[in-house]
Design a protein around this ligand. Structure first.
Ligand code: FAD
Length: 353
């Protein structure tokens, strides 16, 4: 039986541990942080993720905690340009589940604990080397020997950097703004909303009760909320940069990369966490089947296609390239052709697993 080391217990590392354990494979999961990050981060759990997690029992638990968004609207000047029905997606989950990432992670970790596995917290992978196709890793002051190392250690991945794996792509110049804040807003509160505004967009999604996520690429985001909106307490605020990148390879010898360690993209499309959980599923499935050597090639192709698609899709709401203006103008006319494709992207169903 393999000795598996998973570095990072974000959604990707947690899901990898759980998918492996369900297949009878124990893994050592290490995490540098003492506790799950309290920030809401990824809010959308898509039907692909719900389908993959079904076998673990986590899906049922998530469904009890989140709420179901059944439509997404694109607005301009107070009028709906496009409405995407999220229910017609052909899966058992005719919606996008809305739940803060902190709660999704806590649910996966509790499923892990319930079957006798756990995360070793405050354990930092500092360095490692490969000898005879095996990994010798330094974790705090301990040396850990592993047959396979999964780098699920996020955007600044120690695993990716130690292997000198290139992370090609691009970053937008403008900072994006995020607020989790209390709003009294004249918008349907069980749907997703994207407001197109000059030089950008505002994404609006209710998290729970009157707490909303407002995210966008414009400085004065809160001043451009729909007329009649009352802004209340701000619970979390963050400025961040958007990059679209995929690691040059997702596998080197006995080491694999997954999740943000392997790919980064804009939150438009709600794929980051979901794609990481899908990487984790494929990693566990191939490992259990004795076919882990195929992991890198398989996932690189999928992840690269998804990141390229999201990068293109993001340009329209972002509104900073010349063709974005034309695309916005033509949106009501091209929508009937684009809607089924957009829905598949949003729901994580644009490719087979
Ligand atoms: C504002 C915002 C909104 C988002 N919205 C969405 C959304 O709607 N839908 C979606 O799917 N995604 C969304 N995302 C993206 C999502 O949050 C990430 O894609 C997701 O967290 C990636 O999970 P991960 O497990 O791969 O990496 P991470 O969550 O970054 O986890 C990596 C873990 O590794 C640990 N670690 C790092 N280095 C070491 C080390 N050397 N040793 C041990 N542990 C280490 C870290 O502490 C961390 O816990 C959003 C992100 C942000 C910031």
């Amino acid at each position: 039986m393999h000795n598996i080391l998973i570095s990072g217990a974000g959604p990707t590392g947690l899901a990898a541990g759980l998918f492996l354990k369900k297949r009878g494979i124990d893994a050592t999961i290490i995490e540098s942080q003492a506790a799950i990050s309290p920030h809401s981060k990824a809010l959308g759990v898509n039907p692909r993720t719900l389908t993959l997690l079904q076998e673990t029992g986590v899906t049922d638990a998530l469904l009890q905690k989140g709420w179901k968004a059944t439509a997404a609207n694109i607005w301009k000047n107070g009028k709906t340009l496009v409405r995407v029905d999220l229910a017609k997606n052909g899966t058992d989950y005719p919606f996008m589940l809305v739940l803060p990432q902190s709660e999704t992670e806590a649910t996966i970790e509790s499923a892990l604990n319930s079957i006798g596995a756990s995360v070793k917290r405050e354990q930092v992978l500092t360095e490692f080397e490969v000898q005879d196709n095996k990994v010798i890793a330094q974790v705090n002051t301990d040396t850990i020997h592993a047959d396979i190392l999964l780098g699920a250690d996020g955007a600044h991945s120690t695993v990716r950097k130690t292997l000198n794996i290139d992370f090609p792509g691009n970053s937008y110049a403008e900072p994006w703004k995020l607020y989790d804040l209390e709003l009294d807003i004249p918008l349907e509160d069980n749907e997703v909303h994207i407001l197109l505004v000059p030089k950008g967009f505002i994404f609006l999604l209710r998290i729970k009760n009157n707490l909303w996520r407002a995210l966008g690429n414009i400085e004065n985001l809160l001043e451009l909320l729909p007329k009649g909106t009352d802004v209340g307490k701000i619970h979390w605020q963050s400025d961040f940069k958007i990059s679209h990148r995929v690691a040059a390879t997702l596998q080197q010898g006995p080491i694999c990369l997954a999740g943000d360690a392997a790919h980064l993209h804009s939150p438009m499309g709600a794929r980051g966490m979901n794609l990481g959980i899908e990487d984790a599923y494929i990693f566990a499935k191939l490992l259990a089947a004795g076919e882990i050597e195929h992991y890198g090639k398989l996932r690189h192709a999928v992840d690269q296609r998804v990141v390229k698609g999201i990068s293109k899709f993001t340009q329209m709401p972002r509104g900073r390239v010349p063709w974005a203006a034309a695309a916005r103008h033509a949106l009501p006319f091209i929508a009937p052709i684009m809607l089924p494709i957009a829905r598949k992207w949003l729901m994580g169903l644009d490719h087979e697993v």
